[in-house]
Design a protein. Structure first.
Lengths: 277, 277, 277, 277
């Protein structure tokens, strides 16, 4: 995936580079941000038959990178991302991710589960995944986050998923994993940020409740949005009904966002995502 | 339609009253706000064969009203509501309401169209509806609103529809027509209140855009919500695309809200609507 | 829940009966099928303080039942329904129901899981629920279904959920549990009935894929529909993408239908459901 | 827009051709049908500054066309498509298209309106568009369609929109305008093809009603689907409510399909559309 200032000839240069090296293009997508004059592209090609070895691709691309002032990322689809799940006590997104992992829909390894509570330890054990308990208080937060970061690095974790993790991450964590932490917020952001969004939505009398999956940044609930969804509610629904109806929505939206990330279909620019769906 | 403190026996008393007076119930709906202990009910019955004359119903209901401390409204479905449309320059909601009026879907009389500009005068003329031009500046606003209110009263207008009317109403107007002014706001409220919501939504990078129809109160974009909808957007949509995709949504949401109001299916309590859909 | 020929006075009679016996109405919903002249009602009231004992209610209602030729069902919300899950190899609906059961969203006991294969036995064991393997071939089908029915009866099962169970039930089974078997079909019925609906949908080039949850009758995929949903797809989605996108939808639609049934919010009449949502 | 057998080097060749001739690419989209091995591409570039004159582009492309066995179409965005609207008596889609035309959302000229009845003649006159009445009986159908085709050709019509036109077109017409006739069908195809789909949907007890816009082919309701949508319904909705709720949906789906066609974002292959949305 590349991004660079928009300039004539990028598609031609890159597709010619691949063609001349016998790279069979499987998928190609591009987007131009006309306001900011930035060009984005995602190209997926087969390595079988490709004339350049894996570790030589960067060097071979260097002239193009220079010519167009490209920023780029290269991912190999046979390398399975390592993911840590952060949970607290709600189990619906947690089970949903585990079942999609088990069925092969979400290609990832899950070397560890992190929680500030012990409620879901039995579920982790049921699936045979190490469960790490990091209780957090205002006093211990910084130390615990440092310990978590150390553990995530040791486990070579590529992606953190907050599956209804009910702790706000400090900048320590968000800066350690930029665009690598995915959260599910149970509202249609930017409506109802912060705590207890279903309660706020009920009080406001909305006719739809939403869910938003986004990359986590230092600014709470303000990170780049990956996926959103809504479901209808009515005056006869209590807050508990909002919560119940929202659960299936949260699962749907979070699992979609995770799939998009794992399949390298998201790019972040200017606090927005480009989703090559 | 009635509302009263929740108390045992309301349904029994009211349905017995109708049964004993040979009122055939066509539709009955109730809702209890458990938090606030308020009971709401909508009963629709046929006047043909009903033992009490139209103008005697209020007196006949008086004992029940006293017993349960009821607030009530009585509407006769053969009396067609009189509606004023307020427009500015966007024509999509305007045409949509006029065509639904013409086809009989929306049962209403439209004695006048009000606008702060003259752009849509030809459309009003095409449909043979009087068009009143009230240009508004900061200096003239109060006087013009007073003139509008006088005209609305003279025309015995029951409902005002802001069909993309791009002026903020002052408390003069909102207090003159409480729960009688319906607006369409082009966002999923409470997200993106105020001006240029599609621009804000684009900047925030949302994946769905919304529309909200609500009763207008003194607090801008804070009134009771009647209907909401959303439609998907992506990174490849420009602000102009948001605006285009939003148009069909605004029509759909506004016409639904107007239909609900005209068919007396909405009740307002505590800044929320009860919609007997 | 009652149904009877539509006749004046039903609401009055029933609500008066409850009021006079000090039954506090929690929820009341009614529907009249105007074409067929049938009246339907769901009333929920509190037993605490009610003047009639549980086992006396039927006798006390008898005069009303006679007068209006009512058909009625009485359910006590403190009696937890007993449910059997039928599965084959897809795990997404299975896990979803188990996690909603675990969280308390779905109030049911699950005394057994039935499958024609052994793939999901480890999941059942993980949750500590007895797993019964009934392999089925054309030759053994009748005998196996009889054995299943015997076991379901022995376990006093109230409801059977086909959570992507990939066997067609014979009339033996559907007649043994009328309006007591809920299936999830992975299309927007009546489009794409039968096998491999995502393949058919892909071939037809639809722009939305659907899921339908319905009561199972003798006629395959023709039973009364409880809930439906759709999700957008595009030309760039393969059949595998349809299947993936459909999974979250199937979970959402099935769990909603099961919740409605368990909370006694569905009535069946003339192959359609009345859903008091 | 091009389609051709999938083969390495197409993107490289075409983008290099444009780059070398100073064609600034505004938008590029491609799709590979892996099952059938067909490659599809839509490229939009600016003519300003392009080295080749309009009428020379075909010749300049010839070598590429030969090399890749391309089928291609070339459209100039400053040439406004000429469109005929076919209507019968329902006015909602008709008004909707006329208002989007008036606001500039739909860039098209409308030289004529065709109808088998005279109900909507006053609307056409209101907009100052010639209205042609072609009454049709079984006996006159062929002659009338021949007359319509002659008139459409004389007016150089590029696209025919059936805006709730309630006559089935014969192969005479569908063959005269292949992939140039857009219909709106008021169901979620392939569910409920043919006449009175809302009645059938009501009888079946579905929980969502749909609308489908498609290119018209010889096989009724079987043509390539361009856009689809759904809206929720319940047991309390009558057939008339289905019809009412469906109207806004039909408008939304039809206007979206027309916009996609007018902006040359649709390609047809194997009875499916590729929609470069």
């Amino acid at each position: 995936m590349i991004s660079c200032p928009d300039k004539a000839g990028i598609v031609a240069a890159l597709s010619t580079f691949l063609y001349e090296n016998r790279g069979n293009i499987v998928d190609i997508d591009q987007h131009v941000d006309l306001e900011e004059g930035v060009f984005f592209m995602r190209v997926e090609w087969e390595l079988e038959g490709f004339a350049i070895a894996r570790d030589g691709i960067a060097a071979a691309l260097a002239p193009l990178v220079d010519r167009f002032a490209m920023r780029w990322e290269l991912h190999f689809s046979d390398i399975v991302p390592r993911v840590a799940l952060f949970v607290t006590k709600d189990n619906h997104c947690f089970y949903d991710l585990l079942s999609r992992h088990e069925s092969g829909e979400l290609r990832m390894d899950i070397p560890l589960i992190v929680s500030n509570r012990e409620d879901l330890k039995p579920v982790a054990e049921r699936f045979g995944i190490p469960f790490r308990h990091f209780p957090i208080t205002a006093a211990t937060k910084e130390a615990q986050e440092r310990a978590e970061i150390a553990m995530l690095r040791e486990e070579k974790v590529d992606l953190v998923i907050l599956a209804r993790y009910m702790q706000i991450l400090s900048p320590l964590m968000t800066e350690a994993f930029p665009n690598r932490i995915i959260n599910i917020h149970h509202s249609f952001l930017p409506a109802f940020p912060g705590a207890r969004p279903y309660h706020s939505a009920h009080k406001r009398g909305v006719k739809l409740v939403g869910a938003t999956s986004h990359y986590v940044t230092e600014d709470l609930d303000e990170g780049p949005i990956i996926a959103q969804g809504v479901t209808p509610v009515s005056h006869s629904d209590s807050v508990q009904d909002f919560i119940r109806k929202g659960r299936a929505l949260e699962q749907t939206v979070l699992s979609r966002a995770v799939w998009l990330h794992l399949n390298r279909r998201t790019l972040v620019h200017a606090n927005r995502t480009i989703v090559f769906g």
